[in-house]
Write a protein that binds this ligand. Structure first.
Ligand SMILES: Cc1cc2nc3c(=O)[nH]c(=O)nc-3n(C[C@H](O)[C@H](O)[C@H](O)COP(=O)(O)OP(=O)(O)OC[C@H]3O[C@@H](n4cnc5c(N)ncnc54)[C@H](O)[C@@H]3O)c2cc1C
Length: 471
């Protein structure tokens, strides 16, 4: 059997973060009709942070949060746990789409991160946060040149960045694939254990802040009830709420505007068993440096260490959009993607040939055409949503939650007047154009990665339409 298949042989199909030893008891589902002031649908970061911030702004707010399975079962409890300051999927996307508001968005991102970390501290939530910064590594000399240009731009902008050339980068992470590294060590970017964050927030909301949380409760539909309220029909009962926040991200929505704003893109990860000291010595990572890493290509891998020195490894070519399928549970498990990830892992770290993988899993990324959050509001300010963070939602979802509750009238500020909030996101085209478009784009991005980043005609055409994507 090939080495990468052998290494995967005993991997369990479950997110590494969903450790049964620490998973909290499920809360009861809705089993009768209810009333509340604010109903939040979705128990991921957006829903949880929305409840938290609504309570901070109005402590007597009467809030119900419902989740169709369990808290942290969506992208939030399955992601890579890279916590970044950006609200817009990175500086390139900001410059491309929101240049007028770039400075303000950067400041808001820093404020969001600060408040997020303060909340963890205030409530003693142990999300295993580790301040690592973010490090991009170049996989060929061409990409190293482009990365060095980024470094120079960052220096010119006064950012706290460190450049590693081919010789020095391998002292940080010893891989034959790596040609250079750019480490952004300013700010508070780092890594967390995402399920611990979800469950920590859940505990505080329920036990300290009096939010009613119901799990195993699926929303079937929501509609206005006269001019004053909304009516949400759930499995188990009807909830009458003054206001509703949809925090359902990639999941199929009964609300057309949400449905057209996001497509579900599946992303897969694998995790190793804890590495021994001697194995860490072989890769020079984990002892002298604990970078959170991504390779500097469009279809990038993201990889990091956990507290117990496992490596989680995801992304790359193991990202899928399935034709006209919406959300289907069967795509959560994709053996071919795990195998591809394992093969690529050993290309990056050939010296770890005795390492085994303990976990393999998938999750759904809500991808919008602007590659960052899409907020919205309807029914005279009684229904709002924040969805579509694409690959950068761990930090940004707290800000998406803030926008969502402000749109519903919880101590609104002028941020909801920014173009970032009021401008429309282009809807996704219907099938089969959607599938063809995604397919073409993925292929074009992979080709650009092979050609030292040179964008072909299709990517230039998308750039012209305002639909371009770069790392
Ligand atoms: C594999 C993977 C890796 C990622 N890695 C990173 C990373 O390292 N860093 C980063 O910044 N971002 C990352 N992301 C993106 C990030 O995880 C998401 O943007 C973020 O978690 C979105 O949070 P959310 O609460 O909006 O959505 P979710 O966590 O998806 O929550 C939505 C919830 O709504 C519930 N729901 C849906 N429909 C209904 C209904 N009808 N009734 C009741 N409940 C419903 C779902 O069950 C789900 O729990 C990753 C995503 C994936 C999938």
């Amino acid at each position: 059997m090939e080495k990468h298949l052998e290494a995967l042989k005993n991997a369990v199909t479950r997110p590494l973060w969903h450790d049964p030893d620490i998973m909290p008891e499920p809360l009861a589902p809705v089993s009768s009709d209810k009333k509340c002031e604010l109903l939040i649908v979705g128990g991921g970061f957006t829903g949880l942070w929305a409840a938290m911030q609504a309570k901070e702004r109005q402590p007597d707010a009467d809030i119900i949060l419902i989740e169709q399975t369990f808290i942290g079962d969506g992208a939030s409890g399955r992601c890579g746990g890279f916590l970044s300051t950006t609200l817009t999927h990175g500086e390139t996307n900001t410059a491309y789409r929101f240049a007028d508001e770039a400075e303000r968005l950067e400041a808001l991102g820093i404020q969001n991160m600060k408040e997020l970390l303060e909340t963890l501290e205030r409530y003693d939530i142990d999300a295993r946060y580790e301040k690592t910064g973010e490090m991009y590594v170049a996989l060929d000399p061409e990409s190293a040149k482009r990365l060095q240009e980024d470094y120079q731009d960052a220096i010119d902008d006064g950012e706290d960045v460190v450049w590693f050339d081919k010789d020095t980068v391998r002292g940080q992470i010893n891989s034959p694939m790596v040609f250079a590294g750019l480490w952004d060590r300013g700010g508070q970017d780092g890594v967390i254990d995402p399920a611990r964050l979800c469950w920590g927030l859940k505990e505080v909301l329920v036990e300290q802040l009096g939010v009613q949380v119901f799990e195993a409760t699926r929303l079937l539909g929501v509609e206005p009830l006269g001019k004053e309220a909304m009516q949400a029909t759930c499995e188990g009962g009807v909830i009458r709420a003054d206001k509703v926040l949809m925090a359902t991200n990639a999941f199929t929505s009964t609300i057309g505007k949400i449905r057209r704003s996001v497509i579900p893109v599946w992303d897969y990860q694998i995790a190793t068993e804890p590495l021994t000291d001697e194995q860490l010595d072989r890769i020079g990572w984990g002892k002298t440096s604990r970078h959170a890493l991504a390779d500097h290509v469009n279809m990038f891998h993201y990889f990091r260490l956990t507290k117990d020195n496992r490596i989680t490894w995801g992304g790359g070519g193991a990202v899928r959009y399935y034709f006209n399928k919406g959300i289907d549970e069967k795509f959560m498990h994709a053996p071919a993607c795990y195998e591809q990830l394992a093969r690529e892992f050993f290309e990056m770290f050939p010296q770890l040939d005795d390492v085994k993988f303990s976990h393999q899993w998938g999750g759904i990324i809500a991808t919008s055409t602007r590659f960052c959050m899409v907020p919205g509001v309807a029914h005279d300010g009684r229904l709002a949503w924040s969805v579509g963070y694409t690959g950068h939602g761990v930090g940004a979802s707290r800000y998406g939650a803030r926008i969502g509750i402000e749109l519903l009238g919880y101590a609104p500020t002028d941020v909801i007047k920014m173009k970032f909030v009021t401008s429309k996101s282009l809807p996704w085209a219907p099938e089969p154009f959607r599938w063809l478009g995604v397919r073409f784009t993925q292929n074009a991005l992979q080709k650009a990665d092979r050609n030292g980043g040179k964008r072909g005609l299709w990517l230039k055409f998308l750039d012209m339409l305002g639909l371009g994507f770069t790392c």
